[in-house]
Design a protein around this ligand. Structure first.
Ligand code: TYM
Length: 336
């Protein structure tokens, strides 16, 4: 038997932040050598909220460059862009026709984002999870490493698989594979720097709420200096009354590579005035190699394009195979 397949993706909407890195990409890097991996820049998802056409292409390349900068290794992994493989849209249409509307209306992220957009909610935002399911299912994916906020979308993907196979496949010959979410405990939900009870998010209007992977040392220092804390001396994990303490200690733990026990012991008597410079320094040092590699890749657009072209061909071959199986199961005649 070959290696199990991993699929995951990030939207090219704005800068990547520490939540995207610690909740997703860093985990991809750590486990990639054990799997056959496809990492996608999901640019079709990026237009489900208002977007800027003049920056979309560059933002898409920037995310691919960040994948490489964070340590995605082309010996194990394929990097490609969602809109380069037409099968994503086609499978979405086919799956739309078997997905009940109320499943989509129940999605937390849809409700949250729709609320923000008022009356101007596009059909694409509602359909976002079906496109995401198509991404995953086209590659007969075994595992999907994501942050905690994607759990519900993964459950929906599994519901769609069961429904499709039940309607169109023989019980012992499923057409679509049932994927499993891979959500790590630590880093699965990185919280905002300005409110430890809210998720760190690209769409938060305050830049101070998040650390972007490409923030300069000065920006990092400023954001940590101004981040929310509490009046208590001594830092601790897992005290629900102190969400900021738990979040910032977790960031320190993940970025320093120390264990939870080591960090708890080191920081239990520290005041914020002592901890903040330590966290700042650790963050700057952890992000420096990523930022340097990112610049290197972005300065060599020909290389980046060749990576994406290769990725497209590899992804397309797998995706088209699944798409044909789905169409055949649904009764379409195929001209192959
Ligand atoms: P996106 O771009 O919003 O997020 C990318 C990844 O970052 C994780 N993440 C977080 N993890 C921890 N703490 C946070 N504060 C935080 N914020 C974001 C997300 O869980 C995600 O893993 N819908 C997906 C993109 C997608 C996808 C897919 C993922 C489209 N198709 C197929 C997997 C498989 C998303 O949320 O992207």
């Amino acid at each position: 038997m070959g290696r199990q397949r991993i699929f995951s993706g990030v939207q090219p909407t704005g800068n990547l932040h520490l939540g995207n890195y610690l909740g997703a990409i860093r985990n991809w890097v750590e486990i990639q050598s054990q799997f056959d991996n496809l990492f996608c820049v999901v640019d079709l998802h990026a237009i489900t909220v208002p977007h800027k056409p003049e920056t979309l292409a560059n933002d898409t390349e920037a995310i691919a460059a960040l994948y490489l900068a964070c340590g995605i290794d082309l010996n194990y992994s394929t990097i490609f862009v969602q809109s380069h493989v037409c099968a994503h849209c086609e499978l979405t249409w086919l799956l739309n026709c078997i997905t009940p509307l109320n499943w989509l209306q129940d999605m937390i992220q849809f409700k949250e984002k729709a609320l923000k957009q008022g009356e101007n909610v596009g059909v694409g935002l509602l359909d976002y999870p079906v496109l995401m399911a198509s991404d995953i299912l086209l590659y007969q994916t075994d595992k999907v490493p994501v942050g905690e906020d994607q759990k519900q979308h993964l459950e929906l993907t599994r519901d769609i698989v069961n429904r499709f196979n039940h309607q169109f496949a023989k019980p012992d010959q499923p057409v679509l594979k049932l994927p499993e979410p891979l959500i790590r405990k630590e880093g699965a939900r990185v919280m905002s720097l300005t409110d430890g009870t809210k998720k760190m998010s690209k769409s938060d209007p305050s830049e101070l709420s998040r650390i972007n992977l490409l923030d300069s040392p000065d920006e990092i220092a400023k954001k940590i200096k101004r981040c929310k804390t509490d009046p208590i001396r001594g830092l601790e994990f897992d005290n629900s009354e102190r969400p900021e303490s738990n979040n910032l200690l977790t960031l320190y733990m993940l970025l320093s590579g120390k264990t939870k026990e080591e960090v708890a012991a080191e920081c239990q008597d520290m005041g914020w005035g002592q901890f903040k410079p330590l966290l700042t320094q650790t963050m700057i040092e952890a992000l420096k190699p990523i930022q340097e590699k990112y610049q290197e890749v972005m300065n060599d657009k020909a290389y980046l394009e060749s990576v994406l072209r290769h990725g497209k061909h590899k992804a397309e071959a797998i995706a088209n195979q699944t798409l044909n199986q789905v169409k055949a199961a649904m009764g379409y005649s195929l001209l192959i």
